[in-house]
Design a protein around this ligand. Sequence first.
Ligand code: URA
Length: 436
Amino acid sequence: MLAQEFIRRKRDGKALAPADIAEFIGGLTSGSVSEGQAAAFAMAVFLRGMSRDEAVALTEAMRDSGTVLDWKDLDRPVVDKHSTGGVGDNVSLMLAPMLAALGCAVPMISGRGLGHTGGTLDKLDSIPGYVSQPGLDLFRKVVREAGCAVIGQTADLAPADKRLYAIRDVTGTVESVPLITASILSKKLAAGLGQLVLDVKTGTGAFMATPEAARELTESLVAVANGAGLKTSALITDMNEPLASAAGNAVEVINALDYLTGAKRDPRLHEVTIALGAELLRLAGLAGSEAEGRAMLEQVLSSGKAAEHFQAMASGLGGPKDLLAKFRSHLPKAPVIRPVMASEEGVVTLIDARALGLAVIELGGGRRVASDRIDHAVGLTELAGKTASVGRDRPLALIHARDEASFARAAAMVRGAYRLGEAPPVSSPVLTRIGA
Ligand code: URA
């Protein structure tokens, strides 16, 4: 079918046949579909939506636009988790080695920061020597030997998504449930997974700010993933405050290594990490119940096995051999580290997590435009959570800044992100579970 006829069908609200979707995505990958045609298609989908069958066909066509990995040589469940993005969400850094320590293979394709949210890939890039975009051979070797490898999308995996995503980014067509669904899942399917758990965030620091929007995306993701043959379930989790007490790049890696080595575990972060891990172990058939999965995860934390798998992954991908023992000296440190105080005493009632993400960008820890270089050392730590009492003895956060001027700008943004008053009710970090 001619590309313009295909676009007209969607524009007029008619159903698209799977074979036509596959042909159009083939053209997107080869370049025979122009940028203008891809943008018109994205806008037609944005406005008209897609049926579940169309979304499954789109996801499968995007998966098949590049290499689809196969892990048949590994006699282990091949699993992954994916978060829709938030602030202080470093769960992947801990959960991948925890699952590896329990006998899973975790080939995790992660992304860079998007908007106000942090990206796992940017965080890992703060480890000296870590190759976050290796060739497929090294990726396979590290997954085989360390049990997990967290890397970025390579040119081989779902290239149609790479092209369409870049076009959506500049044509006002990002926030479309079927397009987000196909984008996320095509990469996960290309990674050759057997089971997937999704962490859909909702709240002030999430893309899907309302519970209704989060539920709509979750139901689409779970239905399309299972429709495409990937056993998937999802948790909707609270992002009305940063998940970890740190937000940035090196500071979140330090927070993750403190977690794995047992030096410090933020309670909300721990709950989400364990809940997602237990769900995956249940899906993969390694745990008979959620309770059993939780106990298994706690065990690989207390034995130090999960931390050893992180070390094996990091050194397998070029990072320091003694990272675990000396991570504070290996990771970059900002020259200015000072507290930001609240302007009055009180209890934290509301946190604009998005504004805290923007403060990290203001410090240089995120991008304003795609070509920006990230300052891995900067960020926020010791973030006060909801119900914390702040005042003369307890700051809102510690700011890690490159210089005094950026410290002052970030301090004003952090103060503006907090509201103080009477103690609020705090919602559970894990709100609901949807899926298989
Ligand atoms: N993450 C993705 O990979 N794709 C989207 O469309 C949105 C978030």
